[in-house]
Design a binder for this molecule. Structure first.
Ligand SMILES: [Zn+2]
Length: 436
């Protein structure tokens, strides 16, 4: 069955630009055609015999959003971090997660998946050590790259640990064969993965052409680790409390976390590095040289009192940024549209020159590109997947934005960033199927 959708405005984030009074023709989960309603060749009477027509009045259609860094298994039982209490926050997070029953974890994950879909997100990059969330993601309609979180501080056990995780990944790939989910590794961070294990994972990602996910240059104690070569007192106590091995970076000294990864040959374009709030100008030069992909979670960084990604340096190095919400343990919600709205305010308050269009691209086309999925998702174009979201605004607001378009105004994206809100969503579609 072919379905024809009519919108007052389609914002394609692809070669079709912004289309007033546009249509999408969907068949078999794909976009067959996209264009102006006035240019549909057949007349509407003959069309209605062959197609289902859905007219979404006063509605704006965008590609389904991509949340490039999320943990769906966490709760919001945490308070924003003051001063240097980040290690306490990690401790609480680990203890809470360890204490949850499998049933608890399922409830939390299901609740979060529903909220994510209902706020217009159709693809997530999930980071998880829990099987429960994987099963629920698979049962839901949402698409996902699932990073199996890897921990392993003891360098002498790196081969054993690596083999254990490889077996786990293989088991998951055999169990979950849906085209909508794929798996990779997510080495948690440089303070939870030893040198040899990190090297093995990096080599694996290149050999298997897989993305590798990591939290990087997020905390001060992480920079202390690569400057000292051993954990600071606070981090060392955390390891003891969690009953894990102390990490030892051997001969590493007086370098940044990013230079450390460069020194062990782990910076490349397969790496998806999240946070980077502690990265220096020289670090960003290395990131640019090695084409490392940057994911920012500005609300999580603010919550954890970790500073802000230096967007001016990003711009000077011609780098792109995509966005994630991180987990509820460091954010008030998992709504990626809210994330870019806040990012706008946070970046502007630091004097960073970010455009509303770039923020939207960071949750649509640019995010698809860093995942290597730009031929399938991230924009509304012919032959791409029919993953889209629709927002219903008042007649007055719609007439304002249509007028902006006819005046060739460049403030359309700023208007969308200000006016769109997930409470106005009147539909979310994944592979052409309505999921909200
Ligand atoms: Zn995270």
């Amino acid at each position: 069955m072919k379905t024809l959708y009519f919108f007052d405005l389609i914002v394609s984030f692809g070669s079709n630009g912004v289309i007033p009074y546009g249509y999408l023709l969907i068949e078999n989960g794909q976009i067959q055609e996209i264009g102006l309603q006035s240019e549909i060749k057949e007349n509407l009477n003959s069309i209605s015999e062959n197609y289902q027509i859905i007219q979404l009045k006063n509605s704006i259609c965008l590609p389904g959003f991509i949340n490039s860094h999320i943990h769906i298994s966490y709760t919001n039982n945490y308070s924003p971090v003051k001063n240097n209490e980040q290690i306490d926050w990690i401790k609480n997070l680990v203890f809470e997660s360890r204490n949850f029953s499998s049933e608890n974890k399922k409830q939390i994950a299901q609740n979060n998946i529903d909220k994510v879909i209902n706020s217009g997100t159709t693809f997530i990059v999930e980071n998880t050590p829990f099987d429960e969330s994987i099963d629920l993601i698979n049962k839901s309609k949402i698409k996902a790259l699932i990073g199996l979180e890897v921990f392993g501080n003891n360098d002498s056990l790196s081969q054993q640990i690596f083999e254990k995780y490889q077996a786990k990944l293989l088991e998951l790939e055999e169990k979950y064969t849906s085209k909508n989910i794929s798996f990779t590794f997510s080495p948690h961070s440089i303070y939870n993965v030893s040198i040899e294990l990190m090297k093995k994972l990096s080599k694996w990602s290149i050999e298997h052409k897989k993305k590798l996910l990591i939290h990087l240059a997020e905390f001060d104690f992480e920079s202390d680790l690569t400057h000292l070569g051993y954990p600071s007192i606070g981090l060392s106590e955390l390891y003891k409390l969690l009953n894990v091995s102390q990490i030892c970076l051997n001969s590493i000294k007086n370098i940044t976390p990013i230079k450390y990864l460069d020194s062990i040959d782990c910076l490349n374009d397969n790496l998806l590095a999240t946070h980077l709030t502690k990265a220096s100008n020289d670090d960003f030069k290395l990131i640019a040289k090695n084409k490392v992909n940057i994911i920012s979670c500005p609300r999580s960084n603010a919550f954890l009192n970790n500073g802000v990604l230096n967007f001016n340096t990003i711009k000077n190095n011609n780098l792109k940024v995509v966005y994630g919400t991180d987990g509820l343990s460091s954010n008030s919600d998992l709504d990626i549209l809210n994330e870019i709205k806040s990012t706008w305010s946070i970046f502007k308050s630091h004097g960073f020159d970010i455009s509303a269009e770039d923020l939207f691209r960071g949750i649509t086309f640019d995010a698809a590109k860093i995942l290597g999925l730009e031929k399938e998702i991230g924009s509304l174009e012919e032959n791409k997947k029919a993953d889209f979201v629709s927002f219903e605004l008042s007649e007055e607001k719609i007439s304002i934005v249509l007028k902006m378009l006819s005046n060739n105004s460049d403030s359309i994206y700023q208007f969308l960033l200000t006016e769109l809100n997930s409470s106005f969503i009147n539909g979310v579609w994944i592979d052409g199927e309505k999921v909200k």
